[in-house]
Design a protein around this ligand. Structure first.
Ligand SMILES: Nc1ncnc2c1ncn2[C@@H]1O[C@H](COP(=O)(O)OP(=O)(O)O)[C@@H](O)[C@H]1O
Ligand SMILES: [Mg+2]
Length: 230
């Protein structure tokens, strides 16, 4: 099932007197249960594309539809709910809060939402950490975790509200080879459980982990390729 879709979505940025077209008109469908890899060089529009799918920015033209809802038609309250419940974000830098334990970091989005108790939030955080095989590190501080464990904690934080879509911006850029493999296998496992996992990267080493690879160059999606054996 399609969980997110760009329809002729275009994004321009205004800087001073000039207009930069970061993404030309693009059609893209994201399916539940797939690892979709979007690969392209620096400055090609990958973060822009991901930010549109994540409803962080609005398209200059065209539409963004996520979980059956059209971005341009949402009011502030609906948009906040969509971002919290439907979309999980994972970044290159993990953005963990250093004095908080792994489980407290993961519980953070739930505590911000404020509708459930601290005890319940921490319980859900431990469930999310179990999904990325980090149960043993619930009480560790970020500095006591390896880079890969920190990234898996950040993935757990993105998962804690059980969103159907996980959007990852260069998630392995700061990782060593072993952590890299581990993180990619966890992301793959989440797709097998039904999540849509969208990863943008400039790193071709991620290709073997993807179900579908698309290439962006100069703000244009070049080709859809099934072949992930490169
Ligand atoms: N907020 C912004 N304001 C102006 N230009 C931007 C902004 N964000 C991105 N750009 C420009 O849009 C293009 C695509 O950027 P981006 O989506 O970040 O690419 P990538 O993630 O592939 O490196 C680049 O030319 C970049 O300089
Ligand atoms: Mg980027």
């Amino acid at each position: 099932m399609t969980i997110a879709r760009l329809q002729s979505a275009k994004k321009e940025y205004q800087t001073g007197g000039t207009v930069v077209t970061a993404l030309h008109r693009t059609d893209l469908e994201v399916q539940e249960g797939e690892v979709l890899l979007i690969i392209g060089p620096s400055g090609s529009g990958k973060t822009t594309l991901l930010s549109l799918l994540g409803c962080v920015i609005y398209p200059t033209e065209g539409t963004v539809v996520v979980d059956g809802r059209e971005l341009n038609r949402l009011n502030d309250r609906e948009l906040a709910a969509l971002r919290l419940k439907v979309i999980g974000f994972v970044f290159q830098t993990y953005n963990l809060i250093s004095p908080l334990t792994a489980e407290e970091n993961v519980a953070f989005p739930l505590l911000l939402d404020g509708r459930i108790s601290r005890k319940e939030a921490l319980g859900r955080a431990r469930e999310a950490l179990a999904k990325v095989n980090l149960s043993a590190k619930c009480r560790s501080l970020p500095r006591q975790l390896s880079s890969g464990e920190q990234q898996r904690t950040a993935i757990a934080r993105a998962l804690v509200t059980d969103p159907p879509i996980l959007l990852c911006d260069e998630p392995t850029a700061a990782l060593d080879e072993v952590s890299f493999d581990r993180v990619m296998l966890e992301l793959q496992a989440l797709a097998r459980q039904g999540k849509a996992v969208v990863i943008v990267t400039h790193d071709p080493r991620l290709k073997p982990y993807a179900d579908r690879v698309i290439t962006v160059v100069g703000g244009r999606v070049l080709a859809a390729q099934k072949d992930t054996n490169e």
